[in-house]
Every structure is written in C-alpha cells, then in structure tokens.
Design a binder for this molecule. Structure first.
Ligand SMILES: N=c1c2ncn([C@@H]3O[C@H](COP(=O)(O)OP(=O)(O)OP(=O)(O)O)[C@@H](O)[C@H]3O)c2ncn1[C@@H]1O[C@H](COP(=O)(O)O)[C@@H](O)[C@H]1O
Length: 685
C-alpha cells in the first residue's frame, strides 16, 4: 500500500487525492490525521464495528501519507517495534537469568568509542570509580573492563561470553571466538615497516631482525614467504626499535601513518586490515541475546555510516538525480508543492556525501541573485567572429545556440567593446552603438528561451589596439607599446576617465534593455583595467598610479557608475587574471598583500569574481594554495573557476576544492559533440 501511495503521489495533484495531500504538505496532512483520529475515537464509542473499521482505515491511510511526507518507511516502523519487543524481552530475561558477561577495553585507542557504542545501544550502566565490573540496568549483562589485547583470550578460553576488541588482537591470540559484527572504528593496518629507502620490499628483509608486539602474525607472515627472520617481542613504542638498534624492521599498526613517518620508516607490506569487532564465545554465538546485540550494533553502525540527503530538483532532471544518488534503496521522490519541482530524499553512505553533493551541485540547478541557473557549467566567450561593424553574426548565433541546446548553464557572450575607442580586433562583438542592440536582443531571447543564464563581457582595449581598428590613438594608463601590431598609446586624463566611465554605463544600460542576466567587466587579458593594475604598464604617479587603490581607481569608478545606472538590478562579475603578474613575473612587484588588497578593495563593488589562471589547480605565493582557496579566504561573493579545465579530471579536482560556485570549461572540453553527457558520465558515474 505504501508503495502504491508513493506512485500515486507522483501523479498530478488534480488527478489523485494522495498527490494533492502530498502537494499541500505536512500541515494539511497533519490536520487530516488529527480529524481521522478524532473520528476513530467517536466511532469506538458505538458498537458499530463496520463504522469503526472504516474510520481506522481512514486513519491508517492518512498516517501512511504522513510517513511518505516525512520520509518514514514501513520498515522503519517495523524495526522500531521489533526493538521494543526485544527490549521488553531483555527486561524479562534479566529477572530470570544469570547475566551474560562482556569484556570491553579498559583504556587505550578504542575504549572511549566502545563506551559510546554501549550507551547508544541502550545498555545503561554505572561504573564506579576504579571498578572493573559494571552491571547493565536494563539488560542481563555484566561488563568487565580489561586490556584490549587480553580480551580475545578471556572470551575464547575463559568465562566471558562476549568481547569488544581489535580484529588484529583476535588474530594474534589464535583463539576460537566468533566475530559477530565488525564495528567500523579503530580501523588501521598491520604493516611491515623498515627505514625509508633501505629495503626494496619485504623479501629483502631475509635474515634480518624484526621487532613487534604481534609475534604470531609476524611469524606467520614471514613463514609463508619462507623468509628466515628473527622476531623479538616488545610491548610498546615498537617504531623506536630500528633507530635504537634493536631491529632492522618492525611489524606494527598504522593508522594515519604519522608515527611511522616521524620514526623515518616506510611500509613495505600490509599484513592485515583491522577494525574493532564484537566477538562471542561459540557456545553463546547463536543465543537470542547475541542476535539482539548484533542487531543493535549493526543499527548504530548503519546510522553512523549513512546520512539522509534531501534536495529539490526540476522534475525533468529526476532520472539524473535518481541515477547519481547512491543508497541501499532507490531515493524517495515527493512533490514540493511548486509546479515542475520534486523533492528527492535518500539514505546514502556518509563517506559519499561530498561526492554526491558535488555531483548534484555541478549538474543541478541553484540560485544566484534570485535567478535559478540550471547547472554550474559556464561556457567562455567565443573567439570573436562578429560582423565588421560589431553586430552579431550568423557564426556567433550558431555557436551559442548549439551550446545552449546542449544545456550549458551559463553563457558569457564575447568580449564586447563598450566604445569604438576600446575595440581591439576587427571582428570583435560590440555593445557600443544602438545598432548593436537588435542582433543581441534576438540572440539573448533565444538563449534565454533555451534556459540559459546569459551574460556579456564588457571590454576596453586601452593601449592594446591600433588606430586602424579603434579609429584614434589608443588610450592607456601610460604611454605603452604592445609591439608592432599596436600603436603607442597616450596617457588618459581626467576627461578621458569620465568618458570611459560613460561608455561603460551606456553599455550596461543597453545590456539591461537587451535582457542580459549579468555583465562581466574584463580586467584581464591586458585590456585597459589590467594595464592599470599592472605596474609594468602603469607608470603613473598621480591618483591613477602607485598604490593598489590608485591603480584600481578607474575600475572602481566604472563599476560604481554601472551599478548606479541600473540600480543594482544586473549583477556585475569581474574577470581578472593573476598568473601573468605573479607566475610570468610580468609584474614582479605584485605580492600576496597586493592581491589581498585587490580583492578587499573590489569586493564591495562587484557581485561575483571570475578569476582565470593558467591552470585552476596552480598554487600561488609559495603558500601551496590555489587561487580559488586564496580568494575564498577574503570574500564570500560567488566565484567562477577557470583555468585549463579541459578534462573531467581537472574539473573534478577543481570541484574537490569546494570553493567556487561555477566552473568555466575550456573550449577543448566543450568541443566534444556530447560534452554534457560526457561530463555527466565521468563525474556522476
Ligand atoms: N593507531 C593505532 C590504532 N588504531 C586502531 N587501533 C586498534 O586499537 C586496538 C587497541 O590498541 P591500544 O594500543 O589502545 O590497546 P592496548 O594495548 O590495550 O592499550 P595500551 O596498553 O597500548 O594503552 C588495537 O589492537 C587496534 O585494533 C590502534 N592501535 C594502536 N595504534 C598505534 O598508533 C600508532 C600509529 O598511529 P598513526 O600515527 O595514526 O599511524 C602506532 O603506535 C600504533 O601501534
């Protein structure tokens, strides 16, 4: 019935009562549950059994709908009931029977986690100070606190029924016990370790001395490999044996590897992987009480290893969500109450959580400045194939339309010149004139209809152009010559600065009219603002030169004027680069402090940052951090990551940093015919 109701719930709300309840949500369902409960009460007053049965059926139905709404399954309820019957059984048996005994670690690595496990399993006890025995108040169980390494022996050959200890210690003791349930903590490996670089492998230890506190396992290991080894036993600080001249190699446990590393050792081989385990003497292994404990420990382990994730997704993407959400069961899908959206809920391994969130978040929609964007993939501008007068060409149209149909999330249209004066190449797209508007309007309308978040990058070439292209002598922060294809620039003055600001404000006005969702200001690629920032080009000593705040003055003035002009309605992204300044030493003075200041000064004036580096994973300023990590430390504004993301492995690495909101792919990756499906397959499995 539960399954059937889930199916009904997925039908349109106007065709199914169940769907309409689920669409209306918990409040409505709870109201119904309350009404039906009252009706059951009233019906039970009379002797009309048929009526009462009908009312119970109504209540039963509405409770099931509530369960679906809350993501509770009949199996959950059954498990809860079984737990209760087991508990009451325990209490009864406690009164009748001599208690079972369980040895638990008295101290050491796994003692604390074991105490937590017992408490979570509902085994309540009070342990008096310094006493090694405690009785459970609500179960027929006596706890005995013993050293972890002695526990297997007590359980295997003594009077103790159960134990909690390491699998390594069970194996070392060679006793007959049942491993009833592994407990997923105290996880480590027993390894053969030797001084770094001294032996190629464990075979090379033939004839050498080995020290360990696991003599039996070590002996077994070397014996099966027919390696003559002299084994000595010590009880602690095994790693020190090599440096203190007692051994050539050791056999010991490794968890993080830090102790081994600090002792100058390396692992030559792994003898066994081990974790904490619940063991029982074979004579009680099949007892009902053993099964109850097993079930409870297993339940705790499952709860700790899994987590419920819940997210909303457009209905059309549901099959993707179901595919990329792992879990023992298929995810539960519910209505959100909003047309075209579904809620997905699933129990997944805790270890997978980041993975899943990353998969979901890359390909699922998210909200940025009140706009829902269908995925986090950004397509960079094309290479500029506009008409000679800067209008949109057929080539540009086709290029972006294809990417939109392939479900790109965000498109940043070409570097568009905001003024003829700032045009940098003959076939560059323009947004400087009224005649540019219509073509862009058509393009943006079509792209928006396809579901894309569309932006345009505003550019001013500054000194990096020539008179033939831009119609006058180029203007730059200083007199600059970029080489034979460019003309010498003249230094911009106050009037020029005002004019440049005006060009950008007119451009954003046009962008608003055209219907762009956002604009991006180009402060990279050696364009005007990049020239201002870079001391190699900006040699001024007035208010536009020298300290970082001066070098950013024109850019900040422009950003503020743009924002004021559209009353902040269109988000502004800042595109900037850094590798040329730092890594290529084009600006040898550009320091980490400069960069921090750069972000801090610009932060209030932009809505998101779009940094580009040669490779998104490159590390900067000798600090072993990527640029994304560095920026994220100084701002919470959304980031677009870009830098050689031409393979899914680089994309995965960039996502793994968990610092960016969007990922701008390299054209190489986008040139595959089915790039989205390819990424989907590679990233989401
Ligand atoms: N890292 C562990 C570790 N992890 C899990 N366990 C489990 O914990 C069990 C109990 O170990 P304890 O040393 O706490 O037990 P004990 O012998 O009763 O306690 P002590 O008398 O030594 O205090 C082991 O048998 C393992 O099953 C570990 N036991 C010991 N270590 C030691 O930690 C060091 C290495 O750790 P890393 O630096 O993280 O690699 C080495 O010295 C290891 O011997």
């Amino acid at each position: 019935m539960y399954q059937r109701l889930i199916e009904r719930g997925n039908q349109p709300a106007d065709t199914s009562y169940t769907a309409s309840l689920l669409t209306a949500g918990a409040h409505k369902i709870l109201k119904k549950v309350a009404e039906e409960s009252a009706e059951v009460l009233m019906a039970s007053v009379s002797s009309d059994k048929t009526h009462l049965t009908a009312e119970i059926a109504d209540l039963y139905y509405h409770v099931m709908v509530l369960m679906i709404n809350k993501g509770i399954t009949p199996a959950d309820v059954r498990a809860e009931l079984e737990k209760r019957s087991a508990l009451s059984g325990l209490a009864e048996k406690a009164a009748l029977r001599k208690p079972y005994s369980m040895a638990v670690p008295k101290k050491g690595r796994i003692a604390e986690r074991t105490e937590i496990l017992l408490k979570k399993a509902g085994l309540n006890y009070t342990r008096r100070h310094r006493q090694d025995v405690a009785y459970c108040l609500n179960a027929p169980l006596m706890l005995v606190f013993l050293p972890a390494h002695d526990i297997p022996l007590y359980v295997g050959e003594g009077e103790i029924h159960y134990g909690i200890t390491g699998q390594d210690l069970v194996a070392e003791n060679d006793v007959c016990v049942e491993e009833v349930e592994t407990l997923a903590y105290g996880i480590c490996k027993l390894c053969v370790q030797a001084p770094k670089g001294k032996y190629a492998d464990a075979e090379a230890l033939a004839g050498k001395r080995v020290v360990t506190s696991f003599p039996r396992l070590a002996e077994q290991y070397f014996k099966t490999r027919e390696l003559p080894i002299r084994i000595r036993t010590v009880n602690g600080s095994v790693e020190a044996a090599c440096s203190l001249g007692l051994a050539d190699a050791v056999v010991d446990l490794v968890e993080s590897g830090e102790t081994m590393e600090a002792a100058g050792l390396e692992a030559l081989d792994t003898i066994m992987r081990t974790e904490t385990v619940f063991i029982a003497n074979p004579r009680v292994a099949e007892d009902e009480f053993t099964q109850i404990l097993k079930m409870r420990f297993n339940g705790i382990k499952t709860a700790e290893q899994n987590v419920i994730i819940e997210y909303n997704i457009p209905s059309a993407r549901l099959p993707d969500a179901v595919r990329i959400t792992p879990g023992s069961k298929s995810p539960t899908v519910m209505d959100t109450g909003e047309a075209g959206w579904k809620a997905v809920k699933s129990l997944i391994p805790r270890a997978d959580i980041n993975h899943v969130i990353e998969r979901i978040s890359l390909l699922e929609s998210f909200t940025l400045y009140n706009h829902t964007i269908r995925n986090r993939i950004v397509v960079p501008p094309s290479d500029g194939n506009a008409q000679r007068d800067g209008r949109v060409s057929h080539t540009i149209f086709e290029y972006y339309l294809k990417l939109a149909k392939q479900e790109a999330g965000t498109l940043i249209l070409d570097n568009a010149y905001v003024a003829q004066q700032g045009k940098s190449s003959p076939l560059q797209l323009g947004i400087s004139e009224e005649e540019h508007i219509n073509g862009l309007k058509n393009l943006v309308k079509i792209l928006t209809d396809e579901g894309v978040y569309v932006g345009i990058r505003f550019s001013h070439a500054g000194a990096k152009t020539n008179e033939k292209i831009c119609g006058e002598q180029p203007v730059g922060p200083s007199e600059i010559n970029f080489g034979k294809d460019y003309d010498n620039s003249r230094e911009f003055d106050e009037d020029d600065a005002e004019e440049i600001t005006m060009y950008f404000t007119h451009a954003i006005e046009r962008a608003e009219e055209i219907g762009f969702h956002f604009v991006e200001v180009n402060a990279a690629q050696q364009m005007l603002f990049d020239q201002c920032i870079n001391t190699r080009y900006n040699q001024r000593t007035d208010k536009y030169g020298g300290p970082m705040e001066n070098r950013l003055r024109l850019l900040i003035t422009v950003l503020d004027a743009m924002r004021t002009r559209v009353k902040g309605k269109i988000p502004i992204s800042l595109f900037f680069s850094i590798h040329d300044k730092v890594q290529d030493k084009a600006d040898p003075d550009f320091s980490a402090q400069d960069f921090d200041q750069f972000i801090r000064l610009l932060e209030p004036h932009v809505d998101f940052f779009h940094p580009i580096t040669i490779h998104v994973m490159n590390k900067f300023f000798g600090e072993e951090v990527t640029l994304l990590e560095w920026i994220r430390n100084s701002t919470s504004k959304p980031l677009i990551a870009e830098g050689n993301i031409k393979s899914t492995s680089v994309l995965k690495e960039a996502i793994g940093l968990e610092k960016a909101e969007m990922y701008c792919l390299d054209k190489g990756l986008l040139s595959r015919p089915n790039w989205l499906q390819f990424i989907q397959k590679k990233i989401t499995g």
